[in-house]
Design a protein around this ligand. Structure first.
Ligand SMILES: CC(C)(COP(=O)(O)OP(=O)(O)OC[C@H]1O[C@@H](n2cnc3c(N)ncnc32)[C@H](O)[C@@H]1OP(=O)(O)O)[C@@H](O)C(=O)NCCC(=O)NCCS
Length: 379
């Protein structure tokens, strides 16, 4: 028996107790890893090079319990949900379905473990042989099943640990770490800033096509003064390179905005620190000290879902709290009402209206409104 604090016996009385206690310990660890998580986190793909999610792992463990104790040991039909077409499969069990939620998966696993314990109680001996053959060679015995389930559950408990560690990353620290040493996120990005629905992360060359789609979109481009006349794929790659150089140099934080759960690119959120730009003389640097210029764009198909507001709020907090900037500025065109709305909601106020700004692409000057946010407003 384990004691009240969950410590296992140091001297289990026999082999069966030792195996069952150890399995129960890892079952509890697996369930505990997701029990308090929001679904967005439990269902997020948090590590590079794997589609594993924390909820998917626990769901898969529920399947493994039923496969070995119900399907093989007792020779029973697989219980729901594994009796649906295609569901009795380890990879399928790892995938999440539309009705899944954290409580449902915890319950699924818990019920499967109860069924396994009931199956175990029917067997007097660890030598009990499974009703159904495995590996095309013959039936395994109960001893093999218990060892296998400890192996399986402990291995996945390790994965869950690793994924939980991703959630404990202190995001603000990552931004100052060189990109090649930064915490990795799917696709090898530096993990930078997090919000409930979004990740703001360093851009990579693989984002070129999405950057192109964003800035080649006339609805987006018409509102931006710093874009070339006809934005090309070549410009998109230059943009990615400049974004990486800005992060490494610490003079611009041009971050991709991605949906946490799917990794889908939704736009760009950027902060320029003119005082840190190379090539400034001392006076120019002093004049720009403490200033951050905020910019943001969202792919039109994602407009109106609060992504600009949510991503900018995080970057603004980073700018004021971590970079200790004293004033932020943004300059939407006078007729850009959604952008003005985003700024007002962030606490910016209108400082100057109808300022002329010359577009990089040439043509008539844009009329922009200058919004500012002083740090003390948030304190
Ligand atoms: C500005 C932009 C980033 C907003 O992105 P978004 O993700 O749709 O923004 P949000 O959903 O966070 O917020 C949009 C706000 O504008 C409001 N809005 C949308 N259309 C509006 C309109 N026609 N008139 C007034 N307000 C409008 C929304 O109601 C929302 O305000 P609320 O949060 O108070 O309800 C997006 O429109 C865009 O990419 N535009 C082109 C590039 C650009 O203008 N960048 C800013 C340069 S300064």
């Amino acid at each position: 028996m384990s004691d009240a604090r969950g410590h296992l016996d140091l001297q289990p009385p026999d082999e069966r107790v030792a195996l069952v206690e150890r399995l129960d310990q890892y079952r509890a660890i697996a369930q505990g890893a997701i029990a308090d998580l929001e679904w967005e986190v439990a269902s997020a793909k948090l590590l590079p090079a794997t589609d594993m999610t924390m909820a998917g792992i626990v769901k898969h463990l529920a399947w493994a319990e039923d496969r070995w104790f119900q399907g093989r040991l007792l020779g029973m039909r697989m219980p729901p949900p594994w009796d649906a077409p295609g569901a009795d499969d380890p990879d399928q069990a790892m995938r999440l379905a539309s009705g899944d939620s954290v409580p449902k998966i915890v319950e699924l696993h818990s019920e499967a473990c109860d069924r396994s314990r009931a199956a175990l109680s029917l067997c007097d001996s660890l030598d009990t042989v499974a009703k159904v053959q495995s590996f095309g060679r013959g039936p395994v015995n109960l001893r093999w099943i218990l060892v296998h389930m400890i192996d399986e559950t402990a291995r996945h408990a390790g994965h869950l640990d690793l994924l939980s560690d991703c959630l404990r990353v202190e995001p603000s620290k990552e931004l100052t770490v060189p990109l090649n040493q930064a915490q990795r996120w799917p696709g090898g990005r530096g993990l930078v800033l997090e919000t409930p629905r979004l990740l703001l992360a360093a851009l990579l060359p693989q984002d070129q096509a999405e950057i192109y789609r964003l800035y080649a979109s006339p609805e987006v481009a018409r509102n931006l003064a710093r874009l070339p006349a006809r934005f090309t794929m070549g410009h998109a790659l230059e943009f990615v390179n400049a974004a990486q150089a800005g992060l490494i140099g610490g003079h611009a934080y041009t971050l991709g905005v991605f949906l946490r759960d799917s990794g889908v690119f939704v736009g760009i959120c950027a902060l320029r620190l003119p005082a840190r730009e190379p090539g400034l003389d001392e006076q120019e640097r002093a004049e720009a000290a403490g200033l951050g210029i905020l910019g943001y764009s969202v792919l039109p198909e994602h407009w109106g879902r609060g992504y600009a507001g949510e991503s900018c709020a995080r970057l603004v907090r980073y700018a004021l709290e971590d970079l200790a900037l004293s004033v932020l500025q943004a300059s939407p065109r006078c007729d850009n009402l959604p952008s003005a709305r985003v700024l007002l909601r962030l606490g910016f106020t209108l400082a100057e209206d109808g300022v002329e700004e010359q577009p990089l692409a040439g043509g008539p000057a844009h009329l922009v409104d200058r919004y500012v946010l002083q740090h003390r407003r948030l304190s």
